[in-house]
Ligand binder design. Structure first.
Ligand SMILES: [Zn+2]
Length: 215
């Protein structure tokens, strides 16, 4: 019988534009909803499989190992949450050209140092791509590509902040701006983009009504 999985949660890879950004977005779009995205090791695994960071077979193996080593799985989840908030602050700092918090950079580098020994070049459809070897039983192996993706973006963001936070007030989501104009504003046109449009429209109507009242 198929194992019952939690429903898909959180913003998906497509809108975020890169694994590292999608990972940061799993914390939730709004301050009051923080932690609603990925709330346990099991959910982290489900999400990782959805975005293609682990294969179905890998996810199943890690799920079994996590059941055998629940304390370790819980510790990996806690580490993932910590790394996620560190990456959030680093993206925010590079996007707004603020000074990078040194302790956050140190934490991210520590996590990166755990991941990098497993990094490999592997054959792809055309040429090579990044792949991950290392301990197949490491419960934190889904964090490695997420972290590496974020690191690549943080490096390339220097002087070219194409990872941006949604411009809608109160929305915390990030995205990689790959629009030709480089002027993308919203995490998602269907949500924040439409909300912003509706707000503008309401303001415009209020504006035109009040002027007709006073005329
Ligand atoms: Zn948004």
């Amino acid at each position: 019988m198929a194992r019952k999985q939690p429903p898909p949660r959180g913003p998906q890879l497509e809108l975020a534009g890169a694994l590292g950004v999608a990972f940061v977005n799993t914390a939730g779009a709004r301050e009051e909803n923080r932690q609603v995205g990925v709330r346990s090791y099991a959910e982290l695994l489900v999400w990782s499989q959805q975005v293609g960071v682990v294969s179905a077979a890998e996810a199943e193996r890690l799920r079994q190992l996590a059941a055998e080593r629940p304390d370790e799985a819980a510790a990996v989840y806690e580490r993932a949450v910590k790394v996620r908030s560190v990456l959030f602050r680093l993206f925010l700092a590079t996007g707004t050209k603020r000074q990078l918090p040194p302790e956050d950079l140190a934490t991210a580098n520590e996590a990166l140092a755990r991941a990098l020994p497993a990094l490999r070049m592997v054959p792809a459809e055309q040429g090579l791509q990044w792949g991950w070897a290392g301990d197949e039983g490491a419960l934190d192996r889904m964090l490695w590509p997420l972290l590496f993706s974020a690191a690549e973006l943080l490096i390339s963001a220097r002087g070219r902040p194409h990872v941006r936070q949604c411009a809608f007030k109160g929305c915390l989501l990030f995205f990689v701006d790959r629009s030709p104009s480089g002027q993308r504003k919203w995490c998602d046109m269907k949500t924040c983009g439409n909300r912003a449009k509706a707000l503008r429209h309401r303001k415009w109507r209020r504006g035109s009504q009040s002027s007709s009242f006073w005329d």
